[in-house]
Design a protein around this ligand. Structure first.
Ligand code: GLN
Length: 474
Protein backbone atom coordinates (compact mmCIF):
# COMPACT_ATOMS: atom_id res chain seq x y z
CA UNK A 1 0.00 0.00 0.00
CA UNK A 2 0.97 3.65 -0.35
CA UNK A 3 3.05 5.07 2.47
CA UNK A 4 1.76 8.00 4.54
CA UNK A 5 4.44 10.18 2.94
CA UNK A 6 3.15 9.28 -0.54
CA UNK A 7 -0.51 9.73 0.41
CA UNK A 8 0.21 13.20 1.82
CA UNK A 9 2.22 14.15 -1.30
CA UNK A 10 -0.60 12.96 -3.58
CA UNK A 11 -3.27 14.79 -1.59
CA UNK A 12 -1.25 18.00 -1.56
CA UNK A 13 -0.56 17.84 -5.30
CA UNK A 14 -4.11 16.87 -6.22
CA UNK A 15 -3.02 13.50 -7.68
CA UNK A 16 -5.37 12.00 -5.09
CA UNK A 17 -7.85 13.36 -2.55
CA UNK A 18 -8.32 12.88 1.17
CA UNK A 19 -11.80 11.53 0.41
CA UNK A 20 -10.42 8.95 -2.03
CA UNK A 21 -7.76 7.80 0.46
CA UNK A 22 -10.34 7.58 3.23
CA UNK A 23 -12.79 5.53 1.13
CA UNK A 24 -10.01 3.04 0.36
CA UNK A 25 -9.31 2.73 4.09
CA UNK A 26 -13.02 2.33 4.93
CA UNK A 27 -13.28 -0.36 2.23
CA UNK A 28 -10.49 -2.47 3.74
CA UNK A 29 -11.92 -2.01 7.23
CA UNK A 30 -15.34 -3.12 5.93
CA UNK A 31 -13.78 -6.17 4.28
CA UNK A 32 -11.55 -7.33 7.13
CA UNK A 33 -12.60 -5.90 10.49
CA UNK A 34 -15.17 -8.57 11.31
CA UNK A 35 -12.51 -11.28 10.98
CA UNK A 36 -9.58 -9.42 12.58
CA UNK A 37 -11.34 -7.29 15.27
CA UNK A 38 -8.96 -4.37 14.79
CA UNK A 39 -11.31 -1.42 15.34
CA UNK A 40 -13.69 -1.10 18.30
CA UNK A 41 -15.20 2.02 16.78
CA UNK A 42 -15.00 3.50 13.28
CA UNK A 43 -15.97 7.18 13.03
CA UNK A 44 -17.21 7.04 9.43
CA UNK A 45 -19.09 10.35 9.43
CA UNK A 46 -16.48 12.31 11.34
CA UNK A 47 -13.68 11.00 9.13
CA UNK A 48 -15.64 11.84 5.96
CA UNK A 49 -16.24 15.37 7.20
CA UNK A 50 -12.54 15.77 8.07
CA UNK A 51 -11.44 14.44 4.66
CA UNK A 52 -13.88 16.76 2.91
CA UNK A 53 -12.48 19.73 4.83
CA UNK A 54 -8.92 18.78 3.85
CA UNK A 55 -9.87 18.58 0.17
CA UNK A 56 -11.53 21.98 0.36
CA UNK A 57 -8.42 23.49 1.91
CA UNK A 58 -6.21 21.93 -0.77
CA UNK A 59 -8.54 23.37 -3.41
CA UNK A 60 -8.11 26.82 -1.85
CA UNK A 61 -4.35 26.42 -2.15
CA UNK A 62 -3.68 26.11 1.60
CA UNK A 63 -0.73 24.18 3.01
CA UNK A 64 -2.51 21.34 4.76
CA UNK A 65 0.44 19.75 6.56
CA UNK A 66 2.84 16.81 6.65
CA UNK A 67 0.01 14.27 7.01
CA UNK A 68 -2.41 15.85 4.52
CA UNK A 69 -5.34 13.48 4.06
CA UNK A 70 -3.63 10.49 5.67
CA UNK A 71 -6.08 8.14 7.44
CA UNK A 72 -4.77 7.12 10.85
CA UNK A 73 -5.87 4.57 13.47
CA UNK A 74 -5.80 5.49 17.19
CA UNK A 75 -5.33 3.10 20.12
CA UNK A 76 -8.48 3.23 22.21
CA UNK A 77 -6.74 4.61 25.30
CA UNK A 78 -6.41 8.10 23.81
CA UNK A 79 -9.16 10.66 24.22
CA UNK A 80 -10.95 12.13 21.24
CA UNK A 81 -13.90 14.48 21.80
CA UNK A 82 -17.21 12.66 21.60
CA UNK A 83 -15.71 9.37 20.39
CA UNK A 84 -16.20 6.32 22.63
CA UNK A 85 -12.96 5.61 24.50
CA UNK A 86 -13.01 2.25 26.28
CA UNK A 87 -9.41 1.14 26.95
CA UNK A 88 -10.98 -2.21 25.98
CA UNK A 89 -12.58 -2.32 29.43
CA UNK A 90 -16.21 -2.82 30.37
CA UNK A 91 -15.75 -0.19 33.07
CA UNK A 92 -15.49 2.57 30.43
CA UNK A 93 -18.18 1.28 28.10
CA UNK A 94 -20.18 4.21 26.76
CA UNK A 95 -17.80 6.92 28.05
CA UNK A 96 -17.15 9.74 25.58
CA UNK A 97 -14.30 12.12 26.43
CA UNK A 98 -15.06 15.85 26.55
CA UNK A 99 -11.61 16.77 25.19
CA UNK A 100 -8.93 15.75 22.68
CA UNK A 101 -5.58 14.27 23.66
CA UNK A 102 -2.73 16.54 22.56
CA UNK A 103 -1.60 13.92 20.02
CA UNK A 104 -5.05 14.09 18.38
CA UNK A 105 -4.88 17.89 18.21
CA UNK A 106 -1.43 17.66 16.66
CA UNK A 107 -2.17 15.02 14.00
CA UNK A 108 -5.36 16.82 12.99
CA UNK A 109 -3.44 20.10 12.71
CA UNK A 110 -1.00 18.26 10.40
CA UNK A 111 -3.88 17.18 8.13
CA UNK A 112 -4.33 13.55 9.27
CA UNK A 113 -7.79 11.97 9.32
CA UNK A 114 -8.46 9.87 12.46
CA UNK A 115 -10.67 6.97 11.34
CA UNK A 116 -11.33 5.13 14.57
CA UNK A 117 -10.23 3.52 17.80
CA UNK A 118 -8.32 0.26 17.92
CA UNK A 119 -8.45 -2.73 20.22
CA UNK A 120 -5.91 -3.27 23.04
CA UNK A 121 -5.31 -5.36 26.12
CA UNK A 122 -7.54 -3.89 28.83
CA UNK A 123 -5.90 -0.65 30.06
CA UNK A 124 -2.81 -1.64 28.02
CA UNK A 125 -1.99 -4.54 30.36
CA UNK A 126 -0.86 -7.46 28.27
CA UNK A 127 1.16 -8.61 25.28
CA UNK A 128 -1.38 -10.24 22.97
CA UNK A 129 -4.70 -8.28 23.04
CA UNK A 130 -6.22 -11.42 24.56
CA UNK A 131 -6.95 -9.30 27.66
CA UNK A 132 -9.43 -7.08 25.75
CA UNK A 133 -12.99 -7.18 27.13
CA UNK A 134 -14.17 -7.03 23.52
CA UNK A 135 -12.37 -10.10 22.14
CA UNK A 136 -8.82 -10.48 20.82
CA UNK A 137 -7.42 -8.97 17.62
CA UNK A 138 -6.07 -11.43 15.05
CA UNK A 139 -2.66 -11.05 13.42
CA UNK A 140 -3.32 -10.13 9.75
CA UNK A 141 -0.20 -12.08 8.70
CA UNK A 142 -1.58 -15.28 10.25
CA UNK A 143 -5.04 -15.03 11.84
CA UNK A 144 -4.37 -18.09 14.05
CA UNK A 145 -1.77 -16.01 15.90
CA UNK A 146 -1.82 -12.96 18.18
CA UNK A 147 -0.73 -9.54 16.85
CA UNK A 148 1.06 -8.85 20.13
CA UNK A 149 -0.03 -6.22 22.58
CA UNK A 150 -1.06 -4.20 24.18
CA UNK A 151 -1.36 -2.01 21.04
CA UNK A 152 -2.37 -5.07 18.97
CA UNK A 153 -5.21 -3.28 17.17
CA UNK A 154 -3.04 -0.36 16.06
CA UNK A 155 -0.39 -2.78 14.78
CA UNK A 156 -2.97 -4.93 12.98
CA UNK A 157 -4.55 -1.84 11.34
CA UNK A 158 -1.25 -1.13 9.55
CA UNK A 159 -0.35 -4.78 8.91
CA UNK A 160 -3.79 -5.33 7.32
CA UNK A 161 -3.23 -2.19 5.22
CA UNK A 162 -6.31 -0.50 6.63
CA UNK A 163 -4.19 2.58 7.40
CA UNK A 164 -0.54 3.42 6.62
CA UNK A 165 0.10 4.71 10.14
CA UNK A 166 -1.34 4.40 13.63
CA UNK A 167 -0.71 5.51 17.20
CA UNK A 168 0.02 3.18 20.12
CA UNK A 169 1.32 3.55 23.65
CA UNK A 170 4.33 1.81 25.15
CA UNK A 171 4.71 1.31 28.90
CA UNK A 172 6.82 -1.83 28.82
CA UNK A 173 6.92 -2.71 25.13
CA UNK A 174 3.37 -2.25 23.86
CA UNK A 175 4.42 -0.55 20.62
CA UNK A 176 7.68 -2.38 19.86
CA UNK A 177 6.43 -5.89 20.68
CA UNK A 178 3.33 -5.82 18.40
CA UNK A 179 5.39 -4.04 15.72
CA UNK A 180 7.83 -6.96 15.79
CA UNK A 181 5.05 -9.57 15.65
CA UNK A 182 3.27 -7.81 12.77
CA UNK A 183 6.33 -6.92 10.68
CA UNK A 184 6.23 -3.15 11.29
CA UNK A 185 8.31 -0.25 12.49
CA UNK A 186 7.26 0.80 16.02
CA UNK A 187 8.81 3.50 18.18
CA UNK A 188 8.90 4.15 21.93
CA UNK A 189 10.11 7.76 22.14
CA UNK A 190 12.17 9.35 24.92
CA UNK A 191 10.01 9.79 28.03
CA UNK A 192 8.54 13.28 27.85
CA UNK A 193 9.06 13.77 24.11
CA UNK A 194 5.37 13.18 23.31
CA UNK A 195 2.64 14.66 25.49
CA UNK A 196 0.63 12.18 27.57
CA UNK A 197 -2.24 14.68 27.98
CA UNK A 198 -5.39 12.73 27.10
CA UNK A 199 -3.72 9.31 27.23
CA UNK A 200 -5.55 7.24 29.84
CA UNK A 201 -2.80 6.60 32.40
CA UNK A 202 -1.54 3.07 33.10
CA UNK A 203 1.88 3.68 34.71
CA UNK A 204 2.56 7.40 34.40
CA UNK A 205 6.33 7.28 34.89
CA UNK A 206 6.66 4.81 31.98
CA UNK A 207 3.85 5.54 29.47
CA UNK A 208 4.77 7.07 26.10
CA UNK A 209 2.77 7.43 22.89
CA UNK A 210 4.47 6.52 19.62
CA UNK A 211 3.98 5.58 15.95
CA UNK A 212 3.50 2.39 13.94
CA UNK A 213 4.15 2.22 10.19
CA UNK A 214 5.48 -0.02 7.46
CA UNK A 215 8.35 2.31 6.58
CA UNK A 216 10.95 4.02 8.75
CA UNK A 217 10.25 7.39 7.14
CA UNK A 218 6.52 7.25 7.95
CA UNK A 219 7.28 6.73 11.64
CA UNK A 220 9.76 9.61 11.55
CA UNK A 221 7.15 11.91 9.99
CA UNK A 222 4.47 10.91 12.49
CA UNK A 223 6.78 11.24 15.50
CA UNK A 224 7.92 14.65 14.34
CA UNK A 225 4.27 15.73 14.19
CA UNK A 226 3.30 14.47 17.68
CA UNK A 227 6.52 15.39 19.55
CA UNK A 228 7.22 18.68 21.30
CA UNK A 229 6.54 20.48 24.57
CA UNK A 230 3.01 20.58 25.96
CA UNK A 231 2.28 22.74 29.02
CA UNK A 232 -0.66 20.43 29.80
CA UNK A 233 1.71 17.54 30.64
CA UNK A 234 4.03 18.34 33.55
CA UNK A 235 6.44 15.58 32.45
CA UNK A 236 6.72 16.98 28.91
CA UNK A 237 10.28 17.95 27.94
CA UNK A 238 10.67 21.72 27.63
CA UNK A 239 11.98 21.54 24.07
CA UNK A 240 10.46 21.75 20.59
CA UNK A 241 9.95 18.74 18.33
CA UNK A 242 13.30 17.42 17.04
CA UNK A 243 14.15 17.27 13.36
CA UNK A 244 13.83 13.59 12.43
CA UNK A 245 12.79 13.19 8.79
CA UNK A 246 15.78 15.22 7.61
CA UNK A 247 18.14 12.66 9.22
CA UNK A 248 16.54 9.41 8.05
CA UNK A 249 19.21 8.82 5.42
CA UNK A 250 22.19 9.81 7.60
CA UNK A 251 23.41 6.19 7.79
CA UNK A 252 25.60 4.67 10.50
CA UNK A 253 29.13 5.19 9.13
CA UNK A 254 31.50 5.78 12.02
CA UNK A 255 28.89 5.00 14.67
CA UNK A 256 29.64 2.63 17.53
CA UNK A 257 26.87 0.13 18.17
CA UNK A 258 26.75 -2.28 21.10
CA UNK A 259 25.14 -5.68 20.61
CA UNK A 260 23.82 -6.36 24.12
CA UNK A 261 23.96 -9.99 25.29
CA UNK A 262 21.12 -9.54 27.80
CA UNK A 263 18.90 -8.25 24.98
CA UNK A 264 18.91 -11.40 22.86
CA UNK A 265 20.22 -14.34 24.89
CA UNK A 266 17.43 -16.78 25.62
CA UNK A 267 15.47 -15.79 22.52
CA UNK A 268 14.48 -18.42 19.95
CA UNK A 269 17.26 -19.38 17.58
CA UNK A 270 15.56 -17.84 14.55
CA UNK A 271 15.32 -14.50 16.38
CA UNK A 272 19.00 -14.62 17.42
CA UNK A 273 19.99 -15.36 13.82
CA UNK A 274 18.17 -12.22 12.63
CA UNK A 275 19.73 -10.04 15.35
CA UNK A 276 23.21 -11.24 14.39
CA UNK A 277 22.43 -10.63 10.70
CA UNK A 278 21.31 -7.09 11.61
CA UNK A 279 24.64 -6.54 13.40
CA UNK A 280 26.43 -7.64 10.22
CA UNK A 281 24.31 -5.31 8.07
CA UNK A 282 25.15 -2.34 10.31
CA UNK A 283 28.83 -3.31 10.17
CA UNK A 284 28.63 -3.47 6.35
CA UNK A 285 27.20 0.06 6.39
CA UNK A 286 30.27 1.34 8.24
CA UNK A 287 29.34 0.99 11.91
CA UNK A 288 31.72 -0.42 14.49
CA UNK A 289 29.64 -3.14 16.19
CA UNK A 290 30.91 -4.51 19.49
CA UNK A 291 29.36 -7.15 21.73
CA UNK A 292 28.80 -6.06 25.31
CA UNK A 293 27.04 -7.06 28.50
CA UNK A 294 24.81 -4.98 30.81
CA UNK A 295 24.17 -7.42 33.70
CA UNK A 296 21.77 -5.04 35.50
CA UNK A 297 19.18 -5.63 32.76
CA UNK A 298 18.45 -9.07 34.22
CA UNK A 299 16.70 -7.32 37.13
CA UNK A 300 14.42 -5.06 35.13
CA UNK A 301 11.46 -7.39 34.50
CA UNK A 302 10.94 -7.88 38.25
CA UNK A 303 11.28 -4.16 38.94
CA UNK A 304 8.80 -3.30 36.16
CA UNK A 305 6.19 -5.72 37.54
CA UNK A 306 6.32 -3.85 40.85
CA UNK A 307 6.54 -0.25 39.57
CA UNK A 308 3.93 -0.56 36.77
CA UNK A 309 1.27 -2.28 38.94
CA UNK A 310 1.98 0.14 41.82
CA UNK A 311 1.29 3.13 39.58
CA UNK A 312 -1.67 1.37 37.95
CA UNK A 313 -3.29 0.65 41.31
CA UNK A 314 -3.26 4.37 42.00
CA UNK A 315 -4.26 5.51 38.49
CA UNK A 316 -7.16 3.07 38.24
CA UNK A 317 -8.64 4.20 41.57
CA UNK A 318 -10.49 6.90 39.62
CA UNK A 319 -12.79 4.32 38.04
CA UNK A 320 -15.18 4.33 40.94
CA UNK A 321 -18.61 4.10 39.30
CA UNK A 322 -19.18 7.82 39.95
CA UNK A 323 -17.23 9.70 37.32
CA UNK A 324 -16.86 7.42 34.29
CA UNK A 325 -18.77 4.78 32.36
CA UNK A 326 -20.21 1.80 34.18
CA UNK A 327 -22.16 1.97 37.46
CA UNK A 328 -23.63 -1.11 39.09
CA UNK A 329 -26.43 -0.05 41.41
CA UNK A 330 -26.20 -1.03 45.09
CA UNK A 331 -27.58 0.10 48.45
CA UNK A 332 -24.69 2.28 49.59
CA UNK A 333 -21.69 3.94 47.99
CA UNK A 334 -19.08 1.39 49.15
CA UNK A 335 -21.10 -1.55 47.82
CA UNK A 336 -21.72 0.36 44.56
CA UNK A 337 -17.97 0.90 44.05
CA UNK A 338 -17.17 -2.69 44.91
CA UNK A 339 -19.85 -4.07 42.60
CA UNK A 340 -18.86 -1.70 39.76
CA UNK A 341 -15.15 -2.54 39.97
CA UNK A 342 -15.88 -6.27 40.32
CA UNK A 343 -18.05 -6.26 37.20
CA UNK A 344 -16.06 -3.67 35.24
CA UNK A 345 -12.45 -4.85 35.46
CA UNK A 346 -11.09 -8.03 33.87
CA UNK A 347 -8.86 -10.60 35.58
CA UNK A 348 -5.47 -9.15 34.54
CA UNK A 349 -6.42 -5.62 35.62
CA UNK A 350 -7.57 -6.96 39.00
CA UNK A 351 -4.31 -8.90 39.35
CA UNK A 352 -2.28 -5.73 38.69
CA UNK A 353 -4.34 -3.64 41.12
CA UNK A 354 -3.81 -6.25 43.83
CA UNK A 355 -0.07 -6.60 43.11
CA UNK A 356 0.36 -2.83 43.11
CA UNK A 357 -1.68 -2.23 46.24
CA UNK A 358 0.32 -4.92 48.04
CA UNK A 359 3.67 -3.51 46.86
CA UNK A 360 2.70 -0.04 48.14
CA UNK A 361 1.21 -1.14 51.44
CA UNK A 362 2.70 -0.11 54.79
CA UNK A 363 5.25 -2.66 55.94
CA UNK A 364 5.97 -3.92 52.40
CA UNK A 365 6.66 -0.60 50.65
CA UNK A 366 10.43 -0.60 51.23
CA UNK A 367 10.86 -4.29 50.46
CA UNK A 368 8.99 -4.14 47.15
CA UNK A 369 8.34 -0.69 45.69
CA UNK A 370 11.43 0.90 47.29
CA UNK A 371 13.63 -1.95 46.11
CA UNK A 372 12.22 -1.71 42.57
CA UNK A 373 13.04 2.01 42.48
CA UNK A 374 16.65 1.17 43.40
CA UNK A 375 16.81 -1.28 40.50
CA UNK A 376 15.42 1.46 38.27
CA UNK A 377 18.25 3.79 39.32
CA UNK A 378 20.82 1.05 38.66
CA UNK A 379 19.28 0.53 35.21
CA UNK A 380 19.50 4.24 34.36
CA UNK A 381 23.15 4.30 35.46
CA UNK A 382 23.99 1.10 33.57
CA UNK A 383 22.56 2.46 30.32
CA UNK A 384 24.40 5.75 30.84
CA UNK A 385 27.68 3.82 31.24
CA UNK A 386 26.96 1.91 28.02
CA UNK A 387 26.22 5.13 26.12
CA UNK A 388 29.54 6.55 27.29
CA UNK A 389 31.15 3.79 25.18
CA UNK A 390 28.79 3.40 22.21
CA UNK A 391 26.26 5.53 20.34
CA UNK A 392 23.44 2.99 20.07
CA UNK A 393 22.54 -0.48 21.30
CA UNK A 394 21.14 -3.43 19.40
CA UNK A 395 19.15 -6.46 20.53
CA UNK A 396 16.01 -8.47 19.88
CA UNK A 397 12.57 -6.95 20.36
CA UNK A 398 10.85 -10.17 21.42
CA UNK A 399 11.97 -13.69 22.43
CA UNK A 400 9.86 -15.28 19.67
CA UNK A 401 7.74 -14.59 16.61
CA UNK A 402 3.94 -14.20 16.90
CA UNK A 403 2.50 -16.98 19.05
CA UNK A 404 -0.85 -18.79 18.85
CA UNK A 405 -3.98 -17.77 20.74
CA UNK A 406 -4.12 -19.36 24.18
CA UNK A 407 -0.42 -20.29 24.23
CA UNK A 408 0.38 -18.01 27.17
CA UNK A 409 -2.99 -17.15 28.72
CA UNK A 410 -2.82 -19.75 31.51
CA UNK A 411 0.49 -18.50 32.88
CA UNK A 412 0.89 -14.76 33.61
CA UNK A 413 4.68 -15.16 33.93
CA UNK A 414 4.94 -16.64 30.41
CA UNK A 415 3.06 -13.60 29.10
CA UNK A 416 5.17 -11.14 31.15
CA UNK A 417 8.37 -12.69 29.79
CA UNK A 418 7.47 -11.41 26.31
CA UNK A 419 8.57 -7.97 27.42
CA UNK A 420 11.93 -8.96 28.84
CA UNK A 421 13.84 -7.16 26.05
CA UNK A 422 11.61 -4.08 25.77
CA UNK A 423 11.07 -3.17 29.44
CA UNK A 424 14.62 -1.94 30.27
CA UNK A 425 14.36 1.25 28.17
CA UNK A 426 10.98 2.14 29.65
CA UNK A 427 12.57 2.08 33.11
CA UNK A 428 15.45 4.24 31.87
CA UNK A 429 13.18 6.67 29.97
CA UNK A 430 15.32 6.26 26.85
CA UNK A 431 14.01 5.78 23.29
CA UNK A 432 13.99 2.51 21.36
CA UNK A 433 12.40 1.20 18.20
CA UNK A 434 11.66 -2.11 16.53
CA UNK A 435 12.33 -2.59 12.85
CA UNK A 436 11.57 -5.75 10.85
CA UNK A 437 14.70 -7.65 9.87
CA UNK A 438 14.47 -11.09 8.30
CA UNK A 439 11.87 -13.78 8.69
CA UNK A 440 11.66 -16.94 10.77
CA UNK A 441 11.14 -20.44 9.39
CA UNK A 442 7.34 -20.12 9.43
CA UNK A 443 7.63 -17.03 7.19
CA UNK A 444 6.74 -14.79 10.13
CA UNK A 445 8.55 -11.48 10.65
CA UNK A 446 11.27 -10.90 13.23
CA UNK A 447 11.85 -7.48 14.78
CA UNK A 448 15.21 -6.21 15.92
CA UNK A 449 15.46 -3.48 18.52
CA UNK A 450 17.63 -0.38 18.37
CA UNK A 451 18.10 1.61 21.58
CA UNK A 452 19.73 4.96 22.25
CA UNK A 453 20.23 7.60 24.92
CA UNK A 454 17.58 10.24 25.59
CA UNK A 455 16.60 12.27 22.51
CA UNK A 456 18.59 10.09 20.08
CA UNK A 457 15.54 9.36 17.90
CA UNK A 458 17.14 10.82 14.75
CA UNK A 459 20.07 8.39 15.08
CA UNK A 460 17.72 5.49 15.76
CA UNK A 461 15.75 6.23 12.59
CA UNK A 462 18.96 6.50 10.57
CA UNK A 463 20.13 3.08 11.82
CA UNK A 464 16.67 1.57 11.24
CA UNK A 465 16.71 2.92 7.69
CA UNK A 466 20.03 1.12 7.08
CA UNK A 467 18.39 -2.14 8.19
CA UNK A 468 15.27 -1.46 6.13
CA UNK A 469 17.40 -1.10 3.00
CA UNK A 470 19.61 -4.12 3.84
CA UNK A 471 16.47 -6.22 4.35
CA UNK A 472 15.24 -5.25 0.89
CA UNK A 473 12.20 -3.41 2.18
CA UNK A 474 12.62 -0.29 0.09
N1 GLN B 1 3.04 -6.16 28.33
C1 GLN B 1 3.45 -5.23 29.32
C2 GLN B 1 2.44 -5.20 30.42
O1 GLN B 1 1.55 -5.97 30.39
C3 GLN B 1 3.62 -3.87 28.72
C4 GLN B 1 2.34 -3.21 28.40
C5 GLN B 1 2.49 -1.85 27.79
O2 GLN B 1 3.55 -1.46 27.32
N2 GLN B 1 1.40 -1.11 27.82
O3 GLN B 1 2.51 -4.43 31.34
Amino acid sequence: MKSAVDIAADVRSGASSAREELERTLGVIEARNAELNVFLHVDVDGARRAAQAIDERVARGEDVGALAGVPIAIKDNMCQVGIPTTCSSKILKGWRPPYDATVITKIVAAGAVPVGKTNLDEFAMGSSTENSAFGPTRNPLDPTRVPGGSSGGSAAAVAAEMTAISLGSDTGGSIRQPAALCGLVGVKPTYGLVSRYGLVAFASSLDQIGPFSKTVKDSAVLLEVIAGHDPRDSTSLPEPSPSLVAHVNDGVAGKRIGLVRELFEGADENVVTCVRAAADALRDAGADVVELSIPELALTLSAYYLIAPAEASSNLARFDGVRYGLRVKADDVTSMMEATRTAGFGAEVKRRIMLGTYALSAGYYDAYYGQALKVRTLTIEAFARAYAQVDLLLGATTPSVAFKFGDKTDDPMAMYLNDVFTIPTNLAGDPALSVPFGTADEGLPVGVQLLGPGRSEAQLFAAARVLEIADGRS
